[in-house]
Each structure stands twice: as structure tokens, then as C-alpha cells.
Design a binder for this molecule. Structure first.
Ligand code: ZN
Length: 435
């Protein structure tokens, strides 16, 4: 399996180099906003080639960007518009189907690029030099800057890992530049025989993650309301939004950056704990679509939960999942995805599936058929573990591993859900020796 690792390199700049980089990244951001305005005024255009034809000269003359960089700008803006268009279209479908009433407003005005993060293409506008130096393009030509980083990452760069694009990132508080380089690393998927156990991971807004093994072990990771409490930006944010002055906006940007970093850090810590706790395992995650991710976030109606939801409206479960998948490989485990449908409603013991199994959508799972009672989040994790076990059996039988469910084929999906419905959890039986 090809995995992408991001190496964070600290750039040890001279004052002149610092100035050159800063000027360049601000000019780049200004050109992004210029092209974004242009695209918006011309039918919210997302075609990168047409955008380039129309704006290239202006970018060169007005913002003095070197030609390679000037080509990146329309490409990046085009890609942003494409993503937004997809959201607009999905939203229209969801509204038609009655899944939501809210109209997506992302394309009501030209998207504004606030972060001055600049993307560099490898070999075109940045290259690595010997003795831990990197050559980076600026408005005033190339600068050669010494860098430092995590030993393993530096070794990967020097040993010739597949080097991809990089981002120039400015840490405003520390007045420090970093280069975030993406490296492609080849990692072998461990064969099924080496896995010692199967683990199901349920994510949500109450506990960020709950894990369950087929042996009946479980762990609850990161109570989100506690995480939310440990940092009180929700109220402050509201106040700043009301104020709406320039300095208020600046503080809002700073807060949102801090929040994003805090969440990424929690995702890091939790994913690391999960893979360390379950080495050599087949780890099952849910296949979350946009809609399902939203319902995951809304889960939980208590005042405490609502407060947590407010503080952390957009936790990235996708990020958590990809961190687990990547770290799993480092510990000879494999992460796969299973269908998320009914994982919180199906009774692990008798298979009875209905909404009422979760009275008031609360903490408790209470099967309406067999009275089986359990913590609701643990039910999800156990159901995922059982589905993962089923996939493992298929894997051993056919020699083929399906790392994620094929959701394009409705019939195949219905067949899978039917098989899932026949799964039964029993804590009394010792795990089968086949496992
Ligand atoms: Zn039941």
C-alpha cells in the first residue's frame, strides 16, 4: 500500500530569506483572491485552463509571480470552485430528498482565501539540495535554506522517498516558516494470518472513539465534552462574530486555527492509542458518507452534549480514520471500512434492528426484543467488530480483501446488510480458534 506521510521541516531562514518568503506567500494569496473574484464574476467558473488563459498575464504583471507559480493559482482556484460546485449539487439533491432544509451558501459570493499557505511543486519550484538544504522559489528568485525536521522524515527525504508537492506554512505566533512536504512511502499490507484479533472502532461526538474486540474488551477514548470544556472559545467566538470589526475577524481566524490544531492533536493522540493498544489487528472502521458523518455529529441530546456539539461543530472523523489507517500499518495492523448502516440500532445479541432500541437517542441501548442492555456507543463498536470479522472470514476464504464497501452497487450492498443482520454477539463463547 502507498501511504502519504507529511514531513514538517523547520526552515532556518536569514532575515532576507524570511522577508522574501513572506512577500511571496502574501502575493500568492492576493493572486488567489484576484482569480477567485474573476471566476465568480464569470459564471463561477471552475475550468482551470480557461481561468489560466484569462488571468495569467494579470497575475504575472500585477503580483509579480514567477511563471510556474502563476500557473498554480488558476489551478488551485479552479479546484476550489469544483469542490464547492459539488457541494452545491449534493445539497440540491439532499434538499429534494428532504434530507435537509438548509441551502448551501458556499458559492453565494466569491470564496476568499485567507490563509497565505503557498503550494510548491517538486522540481518545478522547490528542490532538495545536499547538506539538509532546500531551494525554494520566491518573487526574487530562488533561496537556499537549511532545514531541520523529525529524523525519520529527514532520512526518508535523503534516501529518496517519492517526494510530492509541499506547502509553505507560516506560524504567525512564532514568526517561523515551515515546509510541509508530502512523501509517498511504500508499505506492505500484512497478510491475514498475522492478525491476532479483530477490533471495531465507533466514532462519535460523545466519545471520539470507542473500540471493541471480539474477546469483549472495550475502551472509551476522549470524552469530547471534557475536551470542549478545556477550551472555552465557543462563547468568545460568538461575541467576536457579533462585533465584526477587523481585529475581531483576525482573532476569529486565530481561534479557528487553534481549534483545528487542537482537534488534529486529539485525533493524533487517540489514533496512536488505538493502534498501540491493538497491534497486529484487523481494525474495522465505518464507511462514513457526508450525511452519515453529519448524523454522527448530531448524536446525543443532553445539555452537556449540545454544549460539546456547539464548541466542536466540525470534528473531522475522516482525519481520525486516515490517521488510524496510516498508524495501523506501522504496527502491522490493517484498517478497513465497513458499511455504517444500522450500527447503532442493531441488537448485537438477537439482531433486532429498530430506532426504539435507543430510547430518546440516549446513552443506553435497550433492545426492544430481548432486553439486551449496553452503552449505546459500545453497541456500535461491537457491531462494527462483527462486520469486520465477517470480512476477515471472506478474506481468508477468497484471498481477497475488500478494504472498503462498494457503495455504488445497491444490490451488493443490500446483500451485505442482510448478512450483517444475521450476525450475533455472544460474550459467553470463547473466540473461535480460527481467529
Ligand atoms: Zn436483542
Amino acid at each position: 500500500m502507498q501511504t502519504v506521510v507529511t514531513a514538517k521541516l523547520k526552515l532556518n531562514t536569514t532575515p532576507e530569506q524570511f522577508k522574501a518568503l513572506r512577500t511571496t506567500q502574501l502575493a500568492y494569496r492576493d493572486s488567489l483572491n484576484y482569480v477567485s473574484q474573476y471566476a465568480f464574476a464569470h459564471g463561477k467558473m471552475s475550468n482551470a485552463v480557461r481561468l489560466q488563459d484569462a488571468t495569467y498575464e494579470e497575475i504575472r504583471l500585477r503580483f509579480h509571480l514567477p511563471s510556474q507559480m502563476a500557473c498554480s493559482v488558476p489551478r488551485q482556484v479552479g479546484a476550489s470552485y469544483k469542490t464547492l460546485w459539488t457541494k452545491v449539487k449534493n445539497n440540491a439533491v439532499h434538499r429534494k430528498e428532504g434530507k435537509t432544509k438548509k441551502r448551501y451558501k458556499g458559492l453565494d459570493k466569491a470564496p476568499k482565501f485567507i490563509s497565505p499557505t503557498l503550494t510548491y511543486q517538486y522540481k518545478k519550484d522547490y528542490t532538495f539540495k545536499k547538506e539538509q538544504q532546500v531551494s525554494i522559489l520566491t518573487l526574487e528568485g530562488r533561496v537556499i535554506v537549511p532545514y531541520t525536521g523529525y529524523n525519520k522524515h529527514v532520512a526518508l527525504i535523503q534516501r529518496g522517498a517519492e517526494i510530492g508537492a509541499s506547502k509553505l506554512w507560516y506560524d504567525k505566533a512564532k514568526k517561523q516558516f515551515y515546509l510541509l512536504v508530502s512523501l509517498e512511502v511504500e508499505m506492505a499490507d500484512p497478510p491475514p494470518e498475522t492478525h491476532k484479533q479483530v477490533v471495531g472502532v465507533d466514532v462519535g461526538m460523545r466519545y471520539l472513539a470507542v473500540t471493541a474486540t471480539m474477546q469483549g474488551n472495550c475502551t472509551f477514548h476522549a470524552d469530547i465534552s471534557t475536551v470542549a470544556k478545556s477550551h472555552h472559545s465557543a462563547r468568545l467566538r460568538k461575541r467576536l462574530q457579533k462585533k465584526g470589526t477587523r481585529s475581531a475577524t483576525r482573532r476569529l481566524v486565530a481561534i479557528s486555527g487553534r481549534e483545528r490544531r487542537l482537534k488534529a492533536n486529539v485525533n493524533h493522540v487517540v489514533s496512536k492509542r488505538i493502534v498501540l493498544q491493538h497491534p497486529q489487528s484487523l481494525i474495522g472502521l465505518e464507511h462514513l458518507t457526508d450525511i452519515r458523518e453529519q448524523t454522527k455529529r448530531r448524536k446525543g441530546k443532553s445539555a452537556k452534549q449540545r454544549k460539546a456539539n456547539r464548541a466542536f461543530s466540525k470534528w473531522s472523523f475522516a482525519e481520525l480514520h486516515s490517521m488510524i489507517a496510516y498508524k495501523a500499518l506501522l504496527h502491522r495492523s490493517t484498517a478497513i471500512k465497513v458499511d455504517a448502516n444500522y450500527t447503532s440500532q442493531a441488537c448485537p445479541k438477537c439482531g433486532h434492528t429498530c430506532k426504539e432500541n435507543r430510547p430518546h437517542k440516549g446513552l443506553l441501548f435497550l433492545c426492544q426484543n430481548c432486553q439486551y442492555t449496553l452503552h449505546a456507543d459500545l453497541v456500535g463498536a461491537r457491531n462494527i467488530a462483527m462486520r469486520t470479522l465477517l470480512i476477515r472470514q471472506d478474506w481468508r476464504g477468497t484471498g481477497l480483501l475488500s478494504v472498503r464497501p462498494d457503495v455504488s452497487d445497491d444490490e451488493a450492498k443490500a446483500a451485505r446488510l442482510k448478512r450483517y443482520a444475521e450476525l450475533r454477539w455472544s460474550s459467553d463463547t470463547t473466540p473461535s480458534p480460527r481467529l
